[in-house]
Design a protein around this ligand. Sequence first.
Ligand SMILES: Cc1ncc(COP(=O)(O)O)c(C=O)c1O
Length: 415
Amino acid sequence: MKKELALYGGEKVKQMPYGTGKRFGEEELTQLKEALDQNTLFYWSGNKVKTLCAKFAKMYGVENCVAASSGTAAIHVALGALGVTEGDEVITSPITDMGSIIGIMYQNAIPVFADLDPHTYNMDPKSIEKCITEKTKAIVVVHLAGNPAEMDEIMAIAKKHNVYVVEDCAQSYMCKYKGRLAGTIGDMGCFSLNDFKHISAGDGGMVLVNRPELYVKAFMFADKNYNRFAKSSSVTRVIEYLAPNYRMNELTAAVGIAQLDKLEKICATRQRYGEMITKGISHLKGVYPHEVKKGNESSFWFYMFRIDPKVVGTDTKTFADALKAEGIGCQQGYIPAVVYLYDMFQNKEGYQGTHAPFDSKYYGKDISYPKGLCPVSEEILETAVRLNLNEFYTEQDIQDIIDSIVKVAEYFKKD
Ligand SMILES: Cc1ncc(COP(=O)(O)O)c(C=O)c1O
């Protein structure tokens, strides 16, 4: 017999509040005190940023890592070091944070949006290949929500067309593509330490530089193109081209160091919880779990399933509202619209009051971002329900999530 939904006055599934916990503790305090005791908070004089970079590079098994002030900054550093500039096109995902796009446009290049796989929500290699033109300089691959993208296919396309690959791992710490850590496969791998990510230093970013010859370039790009490697003095200012100041400070790095020690456990817990949800809902007709391709591992920054309203018997909003009424933290969809439908793209106004960089002579008049450009991506947002997921949740919380989804799906199922 169908149970009455809490949305319509029935008893709600979730009776206990979600598990919570403290992200920061003595470990962070100890590191912060050490940072202050150095009597400098400048990254080049102190030891914390250097230690964070070395530790992160070691965890990922790569040689070189550059720190930055945010995930957005990390991606900009990667693109700047790769020489992305006016006249270039950079292929990326339409379901992402603006942080994936900002660096492209600050280099006066323009983003070109590839469509997504309907169930992993990552860029579809076939669509990427269709977006390639003679102007393509790089692909910013967004590994969405902890789930690795199809890197073999993407790297093959990049090699064939001689374009760079920057992995946007802001949401994807410790996630594995066929056993390899995302962030170590492309030319650069970029991470975010903002407060909403697997680990937090308030704000901050990391760039794994997988091409040794680009390390100094990336390092300098995060620091106004000042060269601190010259032996003759502490800094030389032979500025060849424009670069921002995205330096990380010692306090941020101190917190980051302590957070890194917690990372593997956090990711393992989220992976386990994500896999539990998939197992618990995959029998439901018209409900499509967040797909992780066979052989890959997701660290589930969030869990987003989709519904087919015709099969399920209700629309996405009602489904999400019903789950909320059961006590489940969730929302319909993810970002409000695919990125190319934001005003900036519709009005082609990258900088206030001008049409730069879209009106650059290099691009001609034919750039447009119409609705329907990436139909799968638009459909994903219309039919997705995003569940909050947290390493502090208990197994009972996860069971409550599963039970609620099953209850709602059973309720609306046509007999
Ligand atoms: C996929 C993705 N890329 C980039 C960023 C930018 O990171 P930050 O907020 O640290 O600048 C985010 C942050 O939300 C993100 O989710």
